[in-house]
Ligand binder design. Sequence first.
Ligand code: FRU
Length: 477
Amino acid sequence: MEDRDLKVTNLRWYPTYHIAAPSGWVNDPNGFCFFGGQYHFFYQCYPYGVEWGPMHWGHVVSKDLINWEHLPVALAPDRDYDNDGVFSGSGIEKDGKFYLMYTGNISLPDGGHAQKQCLAVSDDGINFEKVENNPILIAPENVDMSGVDFRDPKVWKHNKNFYVALGSKTTDGQHGEVLLFESKDLENWNFKNISARAEGNQGTMWECPNFAKVGSKDVLIVSPMEIHPEGNKFLNNVDVVYTIGKLDYKTGIFEHGDIEILDWGFDFYAPQVANLPDGRNIFIGWLDMWGVPQPEQADGWSGMMTVPRELKIKGGKLFTPPIEELKKLRKGKKTYKDLKLDKETELKGIGGAVGELCLKINLSKSKKFSIGVRGTAKIFVDAESKILKFIRDAAENEGLAGEREMNLSKGKELNLRIYLDKSSIEIFANDGEKVLSARIYPPETSTEIIFIPEEKVFEIEEVTFYTLAQSIPNPKM
Ligand code: FRU
């Protein structure tokens, strides 16, 4: 780990098994892929302050996707084509070398910016050189797109060619879109088509596109700006959506179904997918939200990542369960079976600032109940209306108070897997059918989990709490 001037000063909210920077600001996941026998994960960061600033790429590596080690910052904004930020992008191996493709951002005197795509290459997976021909891909002419907002290249290989998806919007600035380009060598790119475009209320700019081949389908994930709220949907400042379909590599067009929400929580953005050597598609998102308070800034750091999740399609529906490897973090275990609780109850051995809470509940027996989390949040389930509501309400969360909710499937059985870290919660319902993520900021001493019957009895078929091993090093203080 590099020695940084900016230091974390308090570990009260610093994660123990989620990726975060050694200090300073982080946002989007970048360059997530496998190279040289290790998983590499990069992230947008500003190592010199706790606010967003000229973007660099932070870097961590792992052999098992759970234990991560910090490496030096991989890319810094130091060229005339990326001076105001090495913006988001992705990574890929070609001929035994590791390539990172990113957006070079430049601020213009008129207050605007210019965005062009660039490449950096490495032999060892640690030291990266920007290529001589940068920028290697600029906005195509005569295409209905914004020449200005053109960023976040996600590169992959299909048959013999390389493809890159880029986020942009229409010339009139009203509809987000994904542009597809094709290349034989990663340096020379041909525009293929506008693969997908926002219709109606689907966002005015699409950031951070990802295409992933899941079984016989393709899944597109994008992070749209300016979707207006619709009922319990699109309540955050920016959102993340997916749609399932088929990408036609000849025409470059993506035929797809409806646009759906990928995560129903307060804090989730800009996820990036990695296609692993074993065929799985997994992704990590930024477990934060633009434009909301980040209390950990007082402690010298800002922002963290979600646990890795897998993309799976079952019966035509997308599921995003946590990756299998996370089970290896489990240490201590406490289980209770067949509980009938008629008042607010704490269970010995079930609680902690860090852990995994698993529940099996028969919704025909327990129709209304809540689970209080560390005095700062509550999970409320109403079996009648098939709603799981997450309420972030306590005084410690000033400025962050509110509710998010997700619909549950019709079945009687509800299983919940809840990952708690010092300042985060990720709720996976029914094996990742629905997911809700949020940051929480309880005092370190509040570790209690309380089971609350909202009607006569709260029946729990099974509840287990696992303590979890630390897999991210503590920052140097
Ligand atoms: C998304 C984003 C990207 C951009 C990056 C800059 O959160 O706005 O579009 O590349 O952050 O840090």
